[in-house]
Design a protein around this ligand. Structure first.
Ligand SMILES: Cc1cc2nc3c(=O)[nH]c(=O)nc-3n(C[C@H](O)[C@H](O)[C@H](O)COP(=O)(O)OP(=O)(O)OC[C@H]3O[C@@H](n4cnc5c(N)ncnc54)[C@H](O)[C@@H]3O)c2cc1C
Length: 303
């Protein structure tokens, strides 16, 4: 993450800024650039529209680091409802979930039971569950939990962050379990001993990991980036691949590139966040693209 990105995170995480931004309807309106809306109905409407244009979807009910077990159980139930809705509407969609939203860090066994419940319900609905990757303090426990549940259900996927020094060994560990593995650059501000920090190094690491991922025919690689050079590298690697893979991009980011890839015949899944806990998601999107700061500041001071 750039210095400016870190500054953006520091500013946007101040309580006063958060309160100013989340208090009125105007903050919510700004968030709709990246978030489908607050209700499941909003997400379903966006998913339907994306499906009709040939996109696959992953629904993310926003939330992370819940502060008590009741909220973790509520998050699980909301996701169960989301899976039921995917099945009822016949959507070409799966779900993406953060383990701290299911209680990881608070009650790890509750988080595991909840992930198992989601995997079971998703299997019955003919869909899958992708586990998002959060900050590096949680990588080990996330990978461990993923491996246990994936070994039993087989319909999970995991996000892996190219910037982490440890990711090549995590990839080697999870590859034999099949599943869909989403490679992304990594969105958190990590120290140098944990992650590479220069953009060129992150890109190099991404390409090296992608080569291993695309060479494995037993898994379904998901290329999670809007970086056109990495998209081009994936397209080159795909030429020699026998089994399916997909691109994944975030709702609201580079929609023309998304449309171009679908028009060229590539499967592309749009990650569609929804829910009322949109603020931390929004601040990460702003921090990784400091140009967004002006759009944030305009909204903050010009409301
Ligand atoms: C489907 C998906 C799931 C993800 N899941 C995770 C996860 O589980 N854990 C995690 O740590 N990270 C996750 N990420 C985020 C990822 O790690 C990066 O932070 C993010 O994708 C930006 O990196 P980039 O590869 O798009 O490259 P960049 O070099 O950052 O961006 C390439 C281009 O994309 C556009 N762009 C990128 N970001 C933005 C933005 N915020 N606003 C406007 N334009 C932008 C710009 O045109 C930019 O030049 C996910 C990303 C995707 C696409």
């Amino acid at each position: 993450m750039s210095l400016l990105g870190r500054l953006v995170l520091a500013v946007t995480r101040r309580r006063l800024v958060c309160r100013l931004f989340t208090a009125g309807g105007w903050g919510r309106r700004v968030a709709t650039r990246f978030v489908a809306g607050e209700a499941l109905d909003d997400a379903v409407q966006v998913a339907r529209e994306l499906n009709s244009r040939g996109f696959l979807v992953s629904l993310d009910h926003l939330g992370e680091h819940v502060s008590d077990a009741r909220l973790a159980v509520q998050a699980r139930d909301d996701y169960l409802g989301c899976i039921d809705r995917i099945a009822a509407e016949g959507l070409q969609a799966n779900i993406s979930v953060k383990l701290t939203q299911l209680g990881l860090g608070l009650d790890d066994s509750l988080a595991e039971q909840s992930l198992r419940a989601l995997a079971r319900r998703a299997a019955a609905a003919g869909t899958t569950v992708t586990v998002d990757m959060e900050e590096s303090a949680l990588t080990q426990v996330t990978v461990d939990l993923y491996c246990r549940v994936q070994a039993d259900y087989g319909n999970l996927g995991l996000a892996l962050q190219a910037y982490l020094h440890r990711t090549p060994s995590d990839l080697a560990r999870v590859l034999p379990l099949g599943g869909h593995l989403r490679l992304c650059k990594g969105a958190y501000d990590e120290p140098e001993d944990v992650a590479v920090r220069r953009r060129s190094q992150v890109d190099e690491a991404f390409v090296a990991l992608l080569e291993d991922l695309m060479a494995c025919e037993e898994t379904r690689p998901a290329v999670g980036t809007h970086d056109h050079r990495l998209v081009a590298a994936a397209r080159r690697m795909a030429a020699t691949r026998r089994n399916p893979f997909e691109f994944q991009m975030l709702y609201g980011i580079r929609p023309s590139l998304q449309a171009e890839l679908v028009a060229a015949g590539y499967p592309l899944r749009v990650y569609v966040p929804y829910g009322d806990s949109w603020y931390p998601y929004l601040t990460r999107r702003i921090a990784e693209r400091p140009a967004n700061m002006w759009f944030f500041a305009r909204a903050l001071f010009g409301r």
